[in-house]
Structure formats: structure tokens, C-alpha cells
Design a protein around this ligand. Structure first.
Ligand code: ZN
Length: 142
């Protein structure tokens, strides 16, 4: 009996030390989104059937990010078509044109275009600016 109590106390103390480590809210969701984006990239260019699988993965990726209210990174989001959500690969399934100092990415599946302004070379989106960084949390692999 007494040995069980000591083990229970030991477990409680280990729980207390673990609570000092900051937890990442939605870590599993981030991992799932990361995996889906990698699967989307891997299956995008093999053949037509795998391209539809890639679109399925990216649709799932966007749906998960909306459901969990966790935004996609801007570099990741810019590679997905707004219309059909296929992965935009320049020269493979999208046309890239530069007109009037604007980069226009046109999806060949659905003809939806994304326009990126190139007039201000110093422009950085908010997530990539230093002021947007509030805290860096280092997670241990456990
Ligand atoms: Zn598209």
C-alpha cells in the first residue's frame, strides 16, 4: 500500500514538472495539416488520378484549418488555387505572367487567377514581419 502511494506521488510530481512545459494548442492539427500538405505536394504531378488526390488533400487541409481556426502559413496558402484548391506549380498546372508590375498566377484547371503586386519590392506580408512575432516556443520531442 505504501509503495503505491509513493508511486502515485512520484507520478504527481512528474505531472507538475510537465505542466511547466508550454503546450501547443492544436499541435495535432498542425501536424495533420503539415502531413496533408506534404501528401498534396507528393501526389500533385504523378498523373491525373493522383492530381485529383492532391486536390482532395488540399481541400481537406483548408477545411481542417477553417474548422480548427488555425491559419495556413502565407507561403503555403499562396501555393493553393483559390478556385479548385489544386497545388499551383508554375509551368506545370498554372501559367505565370507578369503584367504591369503584377505577378499573375492563372490556374489551368479552373482559370482562377491570383495576383501578387510587385510594385513595392520592400513589401513583406504581416506574418513575415518581425513585429508579428510575439513568442517563440521551443517544444521538446516527447
Ligand atoms: Zn484552380
Amino acid at each position: 500500500m505504501s509503495s503505491q502511494n509513493t508511486t502515485a506521488r512520484a507520478e504527481n510530481s512528474s505531472v507538475n514538472t510537465n505542466s511547466k512545459i508550454k503546450k501547443c494548442p492544436g499541435k495535432d492539427t498542425f501536424q495533420r495539416m503539415n502531413y496533408l500538405y506534404q501528401a498534396c505536394n507528393a501526389t500533385a504531378t504523378e498523373n491525373a488520378a493522383s492530381n485529383s488526390a492532391s486536390i482532395l488533400y488540399s481541400n481537406l487541409l483548408v477545411a481542417i484549418s477553417k474548422k480548427a481556426v488555425q491559419r495556413l502559413d502565407i507561403d503555403l496558402k499562396r501555393t493553393l488555387c483559390k478556385g479548385c484548391r489544386s497545388l499551383l506549380l508554375a509551368g506545370v498546372n498554372c501559367k505565370v505572367r507578369i503584367k504591369k508590375k503584377r505577378s499573375i498566377w492563372i490556374c489551368t484547371n479552373c482559370s482562377t487567377s491570383k495576383v501578387f503586386d510587385l510594385r513595392n519590392p520592400d513589401y513583406q506580408p504581416w506574418p513575415q514581419q518581425a513585429e508579428s512575432l510575439v513568442e517563440v516556443i521551443d517544444y521538446k520531442n516527447d
